[in-house]
Design a protein around this ligand. Structure first.
Ligand code: ADP
Length: 319
């Protein structure tokens, strides 16, 4: 392999830039030429592809977002569209590609590999919803953002005998909600794993008010579970707290990546280049028990999520 490409795809996450930098620098230092493919698979199809140098990836290790841009291109599932993308790569002599993104992006990477372009996937998403890895690039930074926001909400909720209902990202995977719930000392956490029994949550809030005599309550809830504004109204009507909903939204996607995410991105980027240089494709990089390893993408996509029960039990024992 002489020339490799790199792209970021799907939802962005803090640390993607650190990964781009790592792939580029490790690649160049190993004698490869490295090309940036802009706006994900869209740029691959359109030929928006430019060489990356040591300098172009300078000054980005600390920056959120992705200098390569990201986009969604549902048509990439169509083999004819992928053929166009491959023609663009061949025109430039690019033989292999590192894809940073979520499971949708992994599917694209697998399809390309099957068509002769070796691809390696890196897990770039704040949701931590790639089951084969303990952590995705961006999760820890997003967690810090959530914790900072919830801490602030707690101060003001406490002054006003309020119940703050905080909606965080991650639907299929409730890690952001559960982890921030523990870290912030939330009273209640609702995720796709816990399920949402509205009446039960209202009953528990009444107990927190009347029996535990708490001045405030924090409920952290994963997105797409319920309409949090409507639920806040019910809290005001049915409990002693005044309910207020806060949807943290895209704030969680931004910001300077924390050291853990920068390190994780750098280690994973290194591993991706090493695999491509050995002529290996169709794999994705994970961290498992503190080791950087890889799995076949196919296997990774069908892996069941590890149980979050121990942390849920811990949460219950802390309230
Ligand atoms: P994420 O990678 O964050 O999960 P998406 O699910 O939107 O985000 O996927 C990102 C992109 O990956 C899509 O816009 C599409 O271009 C490509 N993609 C997704 N699924 C497939 C698939 N089954 N085959 C080929 N490409 C896909």
């Amino acid at each position: 392999v002489k020339r490799i490409g790199i792209l970021t795809s799907g939802g962005d996450s803090p640390g993607m830039n650190a990964a781009i930098r790592a792939v580029t620098r490790v690649g160049l230092n190993s004698g490869l030429e490295v090309f940036g493919i802009y706006n994900g698979y869209k740029g691959m199809v359109e030929g928006y592809i430019e060489p990356l140098t040591r300098e172009t990836v300078g000054d980005i290790v600390n920056r959120g977002g992705t200098i390569l841009g990201s986009a969604r291109l549902p048509e990439f599932k169509d083999i004819e569209v992928r053929k166009k993308a491959i023609a663009q790569l061949k025109k430039r002599g690019i033989e292999a590609v590192v894809v940073i993104g979520g499971d949708g992006s992994y599917r694209g990477a697998l399809s390309l590999t099957e068509m002769g372009i070796n691809c390696i996937g890196l897990p770039g998403t704040i949701d931590n919803d790639i089951t084969c890895t303990d952590y995705t690039i961006g999760f820890q930074t997003a967690l810090e953002t959530v914790v900072e926001c919830v801490d602030k909400l707690r101060d003001t909720s406490n002054s006003h005998h309020r119940c703050s209902i905080v909606e965080v990202m991650g639907n299929r995977c409730g890690d952001l909600a559960l982890w921030s719930g523990i870290a912030c000392g939330a009273e209640i956490v609702v995720t796709s794993d816990t399920g949402f029994d509205e009446q039960d949550v209202l009953d528990r809030l009444r107990d927190i008010d009347i029996i535990k005599k708490k001045k405030h309550a924090i409920v952290v809830i994963s997105e797409k579970i319920t309409d949090v504004d409507q639920f806040a109204k019910k809290v005001s009507l049915n409990t002693g707290f005044s309910g207020r909903a806060t949807v943290l939204g895209h704030i969680q996607r931004g910001g300077s990546p924390c050291p853990f995410d920068r390190l994780l991105a750098s280690q994973m980027g290194e591993k991706a280049v090493d695999l491509l240089m050995q002529g290996i494709g169709g794999q994705c990089i994970s961290i498992r028990d503190n080791k950087i390893i890889s799995y076949p993408i196919e296997e990774a996509l069908s892996m069941p999520q590890e149980s979050r029960k121990p942390l849920m039990n811990l949460f219950d024992r802390l309230v």
